[in-house]
Design a protein around this ligand. Sequence first.
Ligand code: GDP
Ligand code: MG
Length: 172
Amino acid sequence: LKSFNPVYRVVMLGPAGVGKSALTDQFMTSEYIGPTDNTSIDTEEEKIITVQLDGEESTLSFIDPEDDEVDLDETKVDAYIVVFSSNDRNSFDVAVETLHQLREELATDKAIILVANKIDLARKRKIDIEEARSTALKYDCKYAETSAALNHHVDELLVGILSQIRLKQNPE
Ligand code: GDP
Ligand code: MG
């Protein structure tokens, strides 16, 4: 008997231009995508894939809002991906503010991954790994560095978010 397969909802957060849509697009082409085809129900702001990990299939819905005015307190959210651009200090400040809102004001214990995107722009880098990592630690988040442009570490981010969601659902 096949067990009930819930849809995990993941919200992409971060100011315009950091690469939220580029990352979401790369998720849609991941090697971890399972055989189930859900593309017919995709919209511009919500994309659904089935991911095969550790012999188990999970359905993930990525919400990629166009504007910055996102209602963070969505009860049906399972995880947040907070993206900043590694070459843009302002976007990092926005990410820190978002982490503060999520953990301190909303007091959520949902999975959060802080993502430094655009690490291919290495010579323009403004936020070093130590600063970003310690910020993630402070807010009890995982940390990832990606390049959506080069599809670098994007699969790891996809697997990481699903692993975090599963851990929260099923501790041990
Ligand atoms: P969004 O507003 O957060 O959805 O950002 P987009 O995904 O639309 O990306 C904004 C711009 O940054 C686009 O021109 C992308 O091609 C570019 N971009 C996204 N990810 C990367 C990356 O990893 N490296 C570089 N160099 N450019 C990127
Ligand atoms: Mg976008």
